[in-house]
Design a protein around this ligand. Structure first.
Ligand SMILES: Cc1cc2nc3c(=O)[nH]c(=O)nc-3n(C[C@H](O)[C@H](O)[C@H](O)COP(=O)(O)OP(=O)(O)OC[C@H]3O[C@@H](n4cnc5c(N)ncnc54)[C@H](O)[C@@H]3O)c2cc1C
Length: 363
């Protein structure tokens, strides 16, 4: 596959899928499918194939399914989970699924909002990539090869162990056309129908250079302290900030005691790696904020300087001082995803922010 300079992500190895038409539970021969797998694998499949008879089947299914809303409902379960231990297990899954008319769902992190990697209403098997998680970092070329099952935490951890002045950004946010994305990617994104066009076994990524210290901050204001006005101002300011800095807004309802409810809004500032030369120490940040967003009243006391990898922990909400070992934890997200699109009707932008705050407060 051609390597294009515009992007850090290079999909490296595919196992190509061939779309099989949906079958009913009665018409598929699962035993034949299971027997097919070892025949098309280069290494033993012992330990890689889980059926509901295996003690760990349910726990593996649940551990890798991050939307508890889906787990708690009457969704159909896979007839097997193939926890690939070798790339040829992925190949075998594709060959055998096609041969026996079984739908294949591919799961890497299981973080898909709608659970597309682990639910469907036809008989299906999950190909779970979580065991394929090797990360090889090459500091000479400032690149890394990452298998599909590695988490972003594991990647950050591995980079931090190799270098204090390198990081990785997940998205570069550019709009590309056929020419700028290159023929290979253009071909691939046309897709293959209702499922993906192939299984990604590993990625090659380009690392970016970061300073040894970066600055993060959190400023909290309640509604009574002018949070609504600041949120409105933030909407105007945030999109125009230099690409080095990202400010997130997080409103949460709080109780001030008794029935005194309010909303506390956290403005969380975090450096990004989008430009590769990102925000350094607190002085520069304070100068920038004084010019661009003075209403927030950011002070030196609000700012914390830390390594880039620690800033990733800060962003994820871990208390300052948490060991980066936490990045290696593969814990299930204990959440029922409830993201909603709220249609705020008012044509007055300030009123829309007020409505949003009221909805957080439960009014
Ligand atoms: C709480 C939350 C916060 C999020 N925040 C962000 C964010 O800040 N930025 C952002 O960009 N996204 C964000 N996302 C979206 C998330 O990055 C995507 O859903 C992403 O696809 C998750 O990757 P995964 O490997 O966990 O996906 P999975 O659930 O494993 O899979 C997602 C889709 O990709 C397919 N797939 C999985 N592995 C492979 C493979 N190896 N080869 C081919 N196809 C495969 C699956 O079949 C499925 O269709 C967020 C999601 C959640 C739930």
């Amino acid at each position: 596959m051609k390597t294009s300079s515009y992007t850090c992500l290079i999909v490296s190895i595919f196992v190509f899928l061939s779309i099989s038409s949906a079958a009913s539970y009665n018409s598929v021969d699962f035993d034949a499918f299971l027997q097919c797998l070892p025949k098309h694998s280069d290494v033993s499949t012992v330990g890689a194939i889980l059926t509901p008879n295996n003690a760990s089947f349910q726990s593996i299914y649940q551990l890798r399914a991050n939307n508890l809303r889906i787990l708690s409902s009457a969704t159909s379960r896979p007839v097997a989970i193939i926890t690939a231990l070798h790339p040829s297990h992925a190949q075998a899954a594709v060959i055998c699924a096609k041969r026996h008319g079984i739908h294949l769902r591919i799961r890497s992190g299981g973080h898909d909002y709608e659970g597309l990697s682990y639910i469907t209403d036809v008989p299906f098997v999950i190909l779970d990539m979580f065991n394929l998680k090797s990360i090889a970092i090459d500091m000479k070329t400032e690149t890394a090869w990452i298998q599909a099952g590695a988490t972003i935490g594991e990647l950050y951890y591995s980079i931090a162990k190799k270098s204090k002045v390198h990081g990785f950004h997940m998205v570069n946010g550019r709009i590309l056309n056929r020419k700028s994305m290159g023929e290979d990617v253009f071909w691939a994104i046309r897709g293959g129908g209702t499922t993906s066009f192939g299984i990604i076994l590993s990625w090659r990524i380009k690392l970016v250079r970061v300073p040894p210290r970066v600055t993060v901050f959190t400023v909290q204001r309640t509604l009574e302290q002018g949070a609504t006005e600041l949120a409105y101002r933030w909407q105007q300011v945030a999109p125009k900030l230099p690409k080095d800095l990202f400010i997130r807004l997080q409103p949460v309802p709080i109780n001030n005691g008794g029935n005194n409810k309010t909303v506390r809004v956290s403005f969380i500032g975090h450096p990004t790696t989008l430009t590769g030369h990102f925000l350094g120490q607190a002085d520069g940040l304070l100068r920038l904020m004084n010019v661009r967003f003075s209403e927030l009243g950011l002070t030196r006391n609000d700012c914390l300087e830390m390594s880039w990898v620690k800033s990733a922990l800060y962003w994820a909400g871990f208390p300052n001082g948490t060991s980066i070992d936490v990045l290696l934890d593969r814990v299930q997200v204990d959440s029922v995803l409830q993201d909603q699109v709220r249609l705020l009707q008012s044509s007055d932008p300030e009123a829309r922010v007020r409505d949003l705050m009221a909805s957080v407060d439960g009014h």
